[in-house]
Design a protein around this ligand. Sequence first.
Ligand code: GAF
Length: 390
Amino acid sequence: MSAVRTPAPRSVDDLEATFRDRFDAAPDGVWFAPGRVNIMGEHTDYNGGFVLPIALAEGTWVAARRRDDDTVRLHTDSPDVPDPSASVHLGELHDGESVGWASYAAGVGWAAAQRGFDVPGLDIAVTSNVPTGAGLSSSAALSCGTARAWVDLAGWSLTDTEVADLGRDAENHIAGAPTGLMDQLASVCGRSGHAMQIDTRSVEITQIPFDLSAHGLALLVIDSRAPHALVSGEYAERRRSCQEAAAALGVPALRDATVADLDGLPDLLLRRARHVITDSARVEQVAALLTDGSDPRMIGPLLNQSHLSMRDDFEITVPVTDLIAETAVRAGAYGARQTGGGFGGCVIALVDQDAAETVAEACVAAATAENFNEPASFVAVPSDGARRIS
Ligand code: GAF
């Protein structure tokens, strides 16, 4: 069996049938929001820096129906969720009080209410082909798919950035994950065949053509199947260290500092800040290579540098993602790095299309030889952002 397997899309018919089964009525519509992989710029988004994600073809499907009260009833077919059905009254949601997985969806209603909108209840059934906890933004796919549905059904007029912001607020305030805005922007604003260079300070998005197949290349996503969790303390700790480093340097955010400014910082803060500053600079370097007609293979060394920076300076890689990144390069990848929040999850590797299978197989062999979970690989295809599909 091939070591590279595209996750099967979910059936809209099946989702609608599930919805009718659960809620005794047809949904008003079905929406889809993608997960993402980030090509470069990790933990730079909450420091005002640059990021370079693509939206994936994989994501979350949300069937929804407007209600005439303030109740949100939810159902998921995810096997990873202990309690797949939930019911929440919007008026009972409070900042800092999670309601489990439902927070990512119902929290969007809370966020809309904070902005003064009159928020109707919803019945929601969801299904997804983004693995949870793999660093591919399954949570942003859920919050942004729900946000798109809510905005359409309630008739609010919001920009894409404002829709993404609803998703982020759900994650930050109700789910308790102190994320930046990258994942939600990628999920809402993705464009087929493009990577997004996002200046997270101005929230300016530059869509950059990203057609690796035209160069005989592929972006292989290798899921270590070592789960990560953004609500665990490590992500928040990194965020605090960055704030501390910025405060020690007397700048509003690390975006405003250069590596030359870091001398004299305590070692830990120096390394954390150095990662953020250099990874943000690498986004600009990759974006330049992609726009000036260079061979995209030249991105490879920058991917490797980013992985080392995350391993040694930011300390967010884990032994299995280090092993996968090294193995991918040894097996022929031009470069490889862990992607996403870290502490597990996925590695991306830039490979010749006809080497994808060899690289994926080498990663399976290396990981299983060390008694890690068997990695699962697929090829990332830059795709469109959140939208209504029926
Ligand atoms: C997670 C967060 F949700 C993002 O905001 C970003 O900080 C990322 O980790 C690291 O780059 O995906």
